[in-house]
Design a protein. Sequence first.
Lengths: 259, 202
Amino acid sequence: MTHASEQDLVLYFYGDAPKPSVLERHLAECKECAAEFAQLRATLSAIDYPVPERPADYETQLWSTLRPRLEQSEAPKRSAWAALLQPRRWAIAGALAAIIVVAFLAGRVSGPKQPSPTQVVSKQTPSGKDRVLMVAVGDHLDRTEMILVELANTRAEGKVDISAERDFAQTLVNENRLYRQTAQRDKDPEIANVLDQVERVLIDIAHHPDSVSGKELEELQQRIESQGVLFKVRVIESKVKARSRAESAQKKSVGDSRL
Amino acid sequence: MELTDRAAVDEVLAGKHDSFRVLVDRHGRKVFGLAYRMTGNEHDADEVVQETFLRCYKRLDSFEARSTFSTWLYRIASNCALDLLAKRKQDKAHIVESDARDDDSNPEERTLDYASPHPGPERMLLSSELRQRVADAMKRLTDVERTAFVLRHFEGRSIAEIGSVLKVREEAVKNTIFRAVKKMRTELEPLITPGVMRGGAR
């Protein structure tokens, strides 16, 4: 073989060489490389950076300073965020949302055989299923807003861990897709458009690694900001919520009038 | 029987919060060692240890079977150390800006305060000059180079693990370690010849 490169020798020293036996054979034959490796090994072996001894009761001290701080922070799994971000719970929430949407779509396809009292009284107001969907979309937008606000307010410096937001976005992407498709089928272009934009932003977030550099985060923040997604989410969210409120009020008054 | 890391995590998540102590007792010193080598001083290392366990506790529910607890904890610790180094750099930059007239030292030189490691019996082999040179050379590495070098050279972490800490591919980790080694060699080689350690300066 030709002479070993410095990088080959460094990899070999740390046991990371892809073909150590080939290099070993070469080092046995080539005096030049052997000398170079001897020098490298001597230097690297001499590099020590001793850690100062910790006292015998280090662990006790550490725990006594740590414990009050842990108590101040919310206990894992009990905190609202932790519960929200927990993948298993999300799987259940996602499944529930899917069931709601499927039930809603099934209802649309089969269609009510008999007009319900609500529809008789007010043909203009959407059915109860619509209301359920509006509430679900409202909740979804709530969570989306939370993650966008969280990201927008994260200081872009050094390495920023966005793994929690990233995982959260991944879950929201699937949910969002369902709602967007429903809104499109439902001929609700206003909601469908916003959900379409939201989806692109969520996919963008979901494709990021666990942590990003300050610059990458800044770029992501700028992309979110330039599209005005957060604003649009807020507007549509308040409309959706107003609609679901109006519908439940309508239903209530219908119910009252029937008493 | 001693609680395994995973069992301790499960207990904490089930509401038995004091079981977290098992993890602190078992890993505290190792995290301190890593933090000390990355930050270069005890004060910052202590801060990194606290922050690491705090972050770990808060995110305990996101710990999954993907890795061992210690690998996961090392990842958090390395990121906490990187965050602190970035913060220190920013703090120093502000100080340098505000009293530039009073201070003519190079801000880069002041970004890391690498203390000379305390002498101990096992360190008598190293000349004090060499120790100081190692500290100086470590100071000249970039944060990422230092992280990769500390994790490979001192902590014996695998290339793949380091890749997961730095969020880069294995090839990039190898290149980073190589760059770090090259810089360390440039600083230290004049003091060292194979088999013999020269006491004098270059």
